[in-house]
Design a protein around this ligand. Structure first.
Ligand code: AMP
Length: 408
């Protein structure tokens, strides 16, 4: 990574702010239903605690839109974090995320303890990237560590503004995300295969474009496939199509052909009369989707085709489900791909909210090389874009002697 890493920077007994993405799901009673994002930041927090730093956690939660709304308080997060840390470590929730009272609390806290700042989005300055808000946050710390990979595509004050004022570096989670991505997409063991699904072509067209330059094969499932099929003149019934993207998709298929990337489309589908888990279903070849029916999952021949295409892969990148997998009747294709990927010897990186959910539901999260904690940020990287939250961190400089990056 071309950015400073936490180990490159002096954090010993310092006030260190860690930007985390603790935007965790909560149930109606305010209980955390999935704490993966909290657990993922423990290597950074424990490293700082070993260095006897004062650890100041900054995060957002939900969309309170600039107002202090109690149901979006980080209280349950602070409580959960306390459970994960040693009993010697005291985790306190601050009353706010900026201001003299918070500063005083931080002055008075012990080295080797943790202060969770209250939700950054209780202040409109966070999402507006207000420089005054960023400066106030920065005044609380001497060092800034970025570990909120899932939020790195957003130009918010805590993501790109605090590091204007204090030295900054990547935490362990951010580095792990970037290292896996680099290994899977920019410098992969070949053959490398992308498995893409989901609903919206317009959201993902740049991904297909970028990956068709880098991958050996791109397999397209999910509702995305219908825009590709319609662009080739096939009838797709009432399946989801983005007509505005038909020309873009035709052009993309030409580019892939020229690049020598093999683009795989489904050869059969599970279709239903209505978008309903109880509706009558049947399996049809891709040329025979009935006029008034909706294709909602890839069929068994496609599953076989995709499994075969994945067989020799040394690297697999997966984003997006193969069908409307939330309904059992249309989930078979997605779960067959979960099985294929987890039984493969390839190094696999999975990202994007829904794909991640399919792994969680199947109970196979531990059988895949890496599941990214970022949705939008992961998609941005797949598009070949730069993440502002990473770009703004302090750079490493090149050593004149060997061209290796060294801390500046
Ligand atoms: P995305 O956010 O673009 O990754 O899309 C994920 C959504 O795509 C999931 O909610 C799936 O239910 C949906 N999806 C996948 N395949 C289909 C399909 N054939 N028809 C309708 N929705 C689909």
């Amino acid at each position: 990574m071309y950015k400073l890493f936490i180990k490159d920077i002096d954090v010993r007994r310092k006030r260190v702010m860690v930007r985390t993405d603790y935007n965790v799901p909560l149930d109606d009673e305010g209980n955390i239903t999935d704490d993966t994002r909290i657990r993922a930041t423990l290597p950074t927090i424990n490293y700082l605690l070993d260095e006897e730093a004062k650890v100041i956690i900054a995060s957002h939660l939900g969309r309170p839109e600039g107002k202090a709304i109690p149901k979006y308080s980080l209280k349950p997060v602070a409580r959960r974090l306390q459970r994960f840390l040693s009993e010697k470590v005291k985790v306190t929730l601050a009353g706010d995320c900026i201001g003299p009272a918070v500063k005083k609390q931080i002055d008075e806290m012990r080295c080797g303890d943790v202060m969770v700042l209250e939700n950054l989005r209780f202040h409109p300055g966070e999402e507006k990237n207000d420089p005054t808000f960023a400066k106030e946050l920065a005044s609380l710390c001497e060092v800034f560590i970025q570990d909120a990979f899932g939020n790195c595509h957003r130009k918010h004050a805590s993501m790109i503004g605090v590091d204007d004022h204090v030295p900054s570096a990547a935490g362990f989670l951010l580095k792990k995300e970037m290292d896996y991505f680099e290994k899977a997409v920019n410098n992969p063991m070949r053959p490398v295969v992308a498995l893409l699904g989901g609903a919206k072509v317009s959201d993902k067209i740049k991904i297909v474009e970028n990956l068709s330059k880098k991958m050996d094969k791109v397999l397209i499932g999910g509702a995305m496939a219908f825009t590709f099929l319609k662009a080739q003149g096939f009838c797709v019934g009432k399946s989801l199509v983005e007509d505005s993207m038909l020309d873009v998709v035709k052009n993309l298929m030409d580019i892939s052909r020229k690049n020598g990337t093999k683009l795989y489309l489904p050869v059969d589908f599970v279709v239903a009369e209505t978008f309903d888990g109880q509706a009558e279903t049947k399996v049809v070849p891709y040329q025979e989707i009935p006029d008034k029916w909706i294709a909602l999952d890839i069929g068994p021949a496609t599953t076989k085709l995709f499994i075969e295409a994945l067989q020799d892969a040394k690297t697999i990148v997966w984003n997006g489900p193969m069908g409307a997998f939330e309904l059992d009747a249309f989930s078979r294709g997605t779960y067959a791909m979960v099985d294929a990927v987890t039984s493969s010897h390839a190094s696999t990186i999975v990202g994007g909210g829904d794909t991640d959910m399919a792994f969680h539901k199947s109970g196979k999260t531990h059988e895949v090389s890496f599941i990214s904690t970022g949705g939008g940020a992961f998609l941005k990287l797949l598009e070949g874009g730069e993440l502002p939250g990473i770009a703004s961190l302090s750079d490493r400089r090149k050593s004149p002697r060997d061209g290796q990056s060294v801390p500046s």
